[in-house]
Design a protein around this ligand. Structure first.
Ligand code: AMP
Length: 418
């Protein structure tokens, strides 16, 4: 069976998942963090059954393999100097071989890469050509932290696995179906034509996955459904999906817009940004840093960007409670807006870290949406990370919990392009 790798390359990290396709079975997953440092951390999780018995008989002193609690998986860990992405990928592929996860590099026949910004050039996933790579480089203006790292990952894999099909899967492409009235800002039109100043959205692969899965779970054709998908993680966005197409989404030109996030502000009146900048004597860079890294749940609560911490202390800490309430309210407002835009909704779908795991946050949101005909089944909602319908049987509008799976979506796109 062909093995496909789904890759998410960041500026100093590289996450990957190796899948048997088309069986869609995960063989290994891992992450290399702190690339460029003397103490980079490599973690690879893999199944016991797939690792061949006689592999890994030559572990170095500082390498560790531990068995997972359920005894079904193993975890390889190592800390070592890794100077760049090329070396990181080389090490990882070599380790997959040493651990007996793959017999040799040629087993990997496809590599799908997450790319953050696809602009208006890419409305679906594509096989990487020189032209595609040039465009990803040029789109770095829209995602300066991400696209260069994504491109670096693509080039490094191409060097080591020249035989494998290389595919780019864009965060923005799912949202390319938004109509003009939703993607344009009320700014002079010339900025759109000159600079592509418009809404692009993000988390598209996640919204695409959970909306398709929701249709399957509801036993309906996606084309007949009006869905609102709530990707609530450290980064958070909401999408109105009508007939399988994104018609509006809460993130904007960049992933700073929309909801209150872990450390990102979400929507703010831009004149307020200038006002604060002037009063505080902040440079553009400093202000951008505050909006991206010091705002959101962290900024309001003053104590943590992690929803778990805030929920733990909300009864005794006013600012923690306020941050949770603001988060929930923003979500509810966006849902209301999208119900109005679509002229109704059949189901809302919760996903990502908070959406998948936070029982109280889901309850707070659904309770506020009773007006639209959604009723929470408290018992069904008492779960984490499973696929479940969390609304009552007689709820006119359904609420679903669907763990996202961007890696699977990436691997499927690779398969589809083979
Ligand atoms: P993600 O970006 O999708 O990985 O989500 C990460 C976020 O999920 C973290 O900021 C946590 O606040 C949140 N999270 C994870 N588990 C829980 C939980 N049990 N309750 C509340 N929030 C959670």
């Amino acid at each position: 069976m062909a093995k496909t790798m789904a890759v998410n390359a960041g500026s100093s990290s590289l996450k990957f998942q190796l899948l048997d396709m088309p069986a869609e079975r995960v063989i290994a997953q891992g992450v290399i963090e702190r690339i460029g440092m003397d103490d980079a951390i490599v973690t690879i999780k893999y199944g016991v059954s797939i690792a061949s018995e006689n592999a890994v008989d030559h572990l170095e002193d500082d390498e560790h393999i531990t068995l997972s609690k359920d005894g079904k998986g193993k975890k390889y860990e190592n800390v070592l100097a890794i100077k760049d992405h090329q070396q990181a990928i080389n090490f990882m592929l070599q380790k997959l071989t040493d651990l007996g996860i793959i017999a040799d590099f040629n087993e990997i026949t496809g590599v799908g890469h997450r790319v953050v910004a696809g602009g208006e050039w890419f409305n679906h996933s594509v096989v990487v050509t020189d032209d595609v790579l040039t465009k990803i480089d040029r789109l770095a203006d829209y995602a300066p932290l991400h696209n260069p790292a994504n491109a670096m990952g693509i080039r490094a894999f191409q060097k080591l696995l020249p035989h494998a099909l290389s595919v780019a899967v864009f965060d923005t492409s799912f949202h390319q179906t938004m109509p003009e009235e939703n993607y344009l800002y009320s700014l002079p039109y010339e900025y759109y034509t000159r600079y592509g100043a418009r809404k692009y959205g993000a988390h598209g692969t996640s919204h695409r996955y959970v909306s398709a899965r929701a249709a399957q779970l509801l036993g309906k054709d996606l084309k007949d459904l009006k869905l609102i998908t709530l990707h609530l993680g450290a980064g958070a966005s909401i999408t109105a999906v009508q007939g399988g197409k994104s018609i509006d989404t809460s993130m904007g030109f960049s992933p700073l817009a929309g909801l209150t996030m872990a450390t990102r502000s979400g929507d703010v009146d831009t004149s307020l940004v200038y006002y604060i900048q002037e009063r505080e004597g902040l440079s553009n860079e400093e202000m951008t840093n505050i909006l991206n890294k010091k705002s959101g749940l962290l900024g309001i609560s003053t104590i943590s960007s992690d929803m778990r911490d805030l929920l733990d202390v909300q009864d005794t800490h006013d600012h923690a409670k306020l941050a949770v309430n603001i988060f929930v309210n923003r979500v509810v407002k966006y849902v209301g807006q999208y119900v109005a835009e679509m002229g109704g909704v059949d189901a809302i779908v919760f996903t990502a870290g908070i959406g998948e795991n936070s029982i109280p946050v889901r309850k707070m949101i659904v309770d506020k949406l009773g007006y639209f005909g959604i009723t929470l089944d408290e018992e069904a909602n008492n779960v984490r990370g499973d696929e479940v319908e969390i609304s009552t049987k007689d709820s006119r509008v359904k609420a679903l919990l669907i763990p996202t799976n961007e890696e699977l979506m990436i691997a499927r796109d690779v398969e589809a392009l083979k």
